[in-house]
Ligand binder design. Structure first.
Ligand code: MN
Ligand code: MN
Length: 469
């Protein structure tokens, strides 16, 4: 027979915050479901290193699930499923609710861009008989992490005649790839004495793309560069001037892989923020007849401040909701103002190796479940939407009611640095919003790590948010 609890123990249970230990509360069945869910996620991650590819893959899945292109001139009934693409780089998926958007929409918004290395408009040059690309990195990255790893080239080129060419080079095992070189340690004494931002500068991120002169050449002028252009012209029909109207970038060429003897984690490029984008998209796929119209929006440009017409600061999503409101016979601003949003983005997971960067009581942990951040920003709560106690209370009780493993998480120690999400731009639309996502180790590195059960808990959170009455 179990020993009877004393008064102190009973009081502690009643009054103190319990530390949930994940694998104690998750059943083997639930863990198996998480593992299975993550097989679909890994396929998405491998197919979607850049936003255009994430949109294509998501739309392909959506069409299989009965989603059709949105037409603002059509009327829709509850349960109808539509999608709307923004310039090939962002996509909204909507399941029409019984009340339409008369009481607002439920929004789950994740971003599908990730830190990477973009080509400059005039990228190709030859130096000391090597051909290289000049680059301008995209998003916040530790530059040294991008040297001496295999990279693959992705993107689109628009030729002078208006035709487009999609480039993907370096993904297949038998394909060549590319690399940013680094200085050997034997000669790195000066480099090692510098601070990290000076040891590796943006102009050092030059990508090695060729070394062999054009065979059988009749002069000796830039023959390595000419040979690279000859290869590109043969495969894609492009010339050097076509780089001027192109969006090309380098991303790591390694695929998602299970991590650990227990296979409990996934390593991969671009978890931030495909690890929230995929669960939010699947939550929309699995939603059938919601009360309020549910919208998963996968947006672009979060890593550079949500700028531009495909980023969250653009009016694209607002206008989509206006169109839905018009169909329901109400003013667009009313539909927007009564909407509620989960800003689906990752948070830094507590890393015991770098414990001093975190404040243990308010950090998120791998396997602790989906993480809620009431606010992001930096010292003094600048540059963030700070969710109200009321909205935090609503989401907290939603998660508890549905037995979803969750935790609270600030990014790291106050005054150490910080970061933002799309939440503040959604808040500016007069929408209640809070950050909810997956904790990540090595965030913004070429190979980031997440826990499978956390990914699954994110899916469950988005699904139950959409199902909320
Ligand atoms: Mn993010
Ligand atoms: Mn990020």
């Amino acid at each position: 027979m179990a020993e009877e609890k004393n008064k102190t123990q009973l009081l502690r249970e009643k009054l103190m915050k319990s530390d949930k230990l994940p694998f104690k509360s998750l059943s083997p069945e639930e863990i198996a479901k998480a593992d299975e869910f993550c097989e679909g996620y890994k396929a998405f991650l491998d197919a979607s290193p850049v936003e255009r590819e994430a949109v294509e893959y998501t739309v392909r899945l959506a069409r299989e699930k009965g989603f059709v292109p949105f037409d603002p001139e059509t009327s829709y009934k509850a349960g109808d499923r539509v999608y709307l693409i923004n310039r090939g780089k962002a996509v909204a998926l909507a399941v029409i609710g019984k009340n339409g958007v008369r009481n607002g929409a439920r929004l789950a918004i994740a971003h599908i861009d990730s830190p990477r290395v973009d080509l400059k408009p005039t990228p190709l040059y030859e130096a000391n008989n090597l051909a290289l690309f000049k680059t301008h990195y995209y998003g916040g990255l530790k530059k040294y992490q991008w040297t001496a790893i295999p990279l693959t080239l992705h993107g689109r080129v628009v030729k002078l005649d208006g035709t487009t060419v999609d480039i993907k080079w370096g993904d297949e095992p038998d394909e060549s790839c590319f690399c940013i070189t680094d200085l050997l340690p034997h000669l790195a004494q000066e480099q090692a004495a510098k601070t990290m931002s000076k040891a590796f500068t943006g102009e050092d991120l030059n990508v090695l793309v060729g070394s062999r002169p054009l065979p059988g050449a009749e002069d000796d002028k830039e023959l390595v560069k000419l040979n690279v252009m000859a290869v590109l012209n043969e495969k894609y029909g492009i010339t050097e001037n076509d780089f001027l109207s192109a969006e090309l970038c380098l991303v790591p060429s390694f695929k998602a892989k299970d991590i650990g003897f227990d296979r409990s984690m996934i390593g991969g490029y671009g978890h931030d923020d495909k690890v929230c984008a995929y669960p939010a998209a699947v939550a929309a796929f699995d939603t059938e007849l919601p009360e309020c119209t549910c919208i998963t929006y996968l947006t672009d440009k979060e890593e550079i401040g949500s700028e531009g017409n495909t980023g969250m600061q653009s009016d694209f999503l607002r206008y989509f909701i206006y169109d839905l409101a018009k169909l329901d016979g109400i003013e667009g601003y009313r539909a927007v103002s009564s909407s509620a949003c989960l800003s689906a983005d990752v948070n830094a997971a507590f890393d015991p190796t770098y414990a001093s960067a975190f404040e243990a009581n308010n950090s998120s942990y791998l396997n602790g479940g989906v993480v809620i951040s009431k606010y992001t920003g930096h010292g003094g709560k600048y540059d963030t939407s700070d969710a109200s106690a009321e909205y935090m209370g609503r989401i907290r009780s939603l998660l508890e009611k549905n037995d979803i493993l969750w935790q609270i998480g600030e990014l790291g120690r106050v005054d150490l640095g910080g970061g933002g999400t799309i939440a503040k731009y959604v808040a500016n639309m007069n929408v209640d919003v809070i950050d909810l996502g997956v904790p990540v180790l090595s965030m913004h590195a070429p190979f980031e790590i997440v826990s499978k059960t956390d990914v699954y808990m994110a899916y469950r959170a988005f699904y139950e948010f959409f199902a909320e009455k």
